[in-house]
Design a protein around this ligand. Sequence first.
Ligand code: PRP
Ligand code: URA
Length: 208
Amino acid sequence: MPIKQINHPLVRHKIGLMREADISTKKFRELTAELARLLAYEASQDFELETVTIDGWAGPVAVEQIKGKKVTVVPILRAGLGMLDGVLDMIPSAKVSVVGIARNEETLMPAPYFEKFVGNLAERMALIIDPMLATGGSMAATVDMLKRAGCRHVRALVLVAAPEGIRLMDEKHPDVDIYTASIDSHLNEHGYIMPGLGDAGDKIFGTK
Ligand code: PRP
Ligand code: URA
């Protein structure tokens, strides 16, 4: 399962709202956070549980808690920051590793400019967050950086994925599962996803 489109009605509804041409920055940001929560919920379906006994109101009670690998959330600057709070709402104890990558607007090649990872990456699952998987160059470069730093378990959460980016990730990192709210049609001649959302970073930060 390298790519999984989430078909929950709330996800289908919210991603549709994001395609409105004159959507406000506030609304776009809110929907980005809401979809990030729903994607985090899906991507954590198989997290392992363990049973522990705690002091309950009427005495000892057995409860379940998440066991095993710790999580680091990895927003790709800038647009990935728009998904960060939503994911942390669902996984509040996760640590945050940050990657800065700017896509060259002419060549569409990823240009990494920042990297700050948490420790013990070998023992953590990385959840990369970025609204857009277009050519896939930025995502593949981020996985390269994480693997070079010792990370062995990586998942990605994106709002919209293009077939071109899915193919690149399949070739370069077939071990990375990608959770998306939508698989769209194709990239246009400028490397934008069609029908897509437009420039997600500009819409989240209000820089268009
Ligand atoms: C956008 C987007 C992804 C990347 C996707 O970021 O948020 O990171 O492009 O394109 P790709 O799959 O072809 O690499 P951009 O570089 O525009 O930076 P921004 O987040 O600062 O707007
Ligand atoms: N980056 C975006 O923000 N949107 C696209 O469609 C492609 C790359």
